[in-house]
Design a binder for this molecule. Sequence first.
Ligand code: ADE
Length: 411
Amino acid sequence: MKFHVLTLFPEMIRNITETSIVGRAVKSNLIDVNTVNMRDFSVNRHMRVDDYPYGGGAGMVIEAEPVYRAIMSVKQHTDTRVIYMTPQAEVLNQTKVEELALEDEIIILCGHYEGIDERVLQECVTDYISIGDYVLTGGELGAAVLIDAVSRFVPGVLSNDESSQFESHQDNLLEYPHYTRPEKWHGHSVPGVLLSGDHRKIEEWRLEKSKERTLERRPDLLKKNFAVHSLWYGSEGFREAAGELTSKLSRYGELYDYNRRKLQKTIKYFGEKDLILIFLNRETDTGESRGEMSPKDEKARSAEKTSGELCGEKPQTGKHSEEENAKQNEAEASMKERFRNLRGKNTHCIFIYGGQEQKQELEAEAEVFSRFLMKKGFRKPEEFMFHMDMNEKEKNMCALKIRSLADNEKF
Ligand code: ADE
């Protein structure tokens, strides 16, 4: 990944990016930090790049032309993102960091003095980023923060020990407290559960501590935390996809195998802080579910098939043949049957398709199923695509889009 940093103080960027983990990543060519001194693009014979502000007032403003020329000197692709570091922007967060890590190169523009002529910002800048609600003397420290945070997601930059997979902020939760030897220090003992060897209990304890800590220190973050529940059925391929997407979304996500009759028969309640992912497909029931189906279930199922009352859906007419309609109705009925015991309370829900083709194929069923779920208390489902044939970048992009919905409460 390549970072171009446009600045009037290149040594500030170099000092920071030549040391520690980022320095190591630069040396091993995993990342490249190219500093560009905007003064080299001055259009003034005294090499000045700033001037007095129109309308008067304190301070100086960096001229548009040197900034424009500096950007153009490094910008090779029209879609390269140009990020302006400024306190007048949304504050950087982990979702944005991961989104930027998917780029091959980015241009970071650092202002100084009173700022930069608005016209060049309007023409060139794609993203405005602040690193916090305070004003710094320039954008360089912000740029260094951004490079550090983004580099951690570049494959190979972190060793296994430093791995960024599970960490603070992944679930919009702060991390739980950590302990190492000795077991007792200054009279304080390590919490007993961590010595128990019971991994399930340890995970439960960590989640509880994460929530406690977030509530205490960052209650604003807690609002954006959702418990992820992935409901899948069909073949193992769907389990694999559900497992992978779930772990990209949350450290604490849970998988539910809706091939299991027992699960289908259990009433499951979800609330406002739950996020339900349903992996849709048109797999027939597995042996387990079909084999165990009682005559009563069959009767209920065929009644539902013909009446369609649960959702009040219109019968399909015209464009489908009778045989297609029958197949369609059966698929819809089996979906509703499978999930008949789900209960939501203003619960966010997402349909996941295994590809564009599948999405088209399931369009009508999904529509009926979505109305069915809304009657059960869920919000109108969003739709995303995720499958095992996607490359890593596409998979991460899907997870990120879902996370930014949650982050921005844009469901
Ligand atoms: N430049 C000045 N203050 C800044 C901030 N808080 N974040 C990013 N860039 C800045």
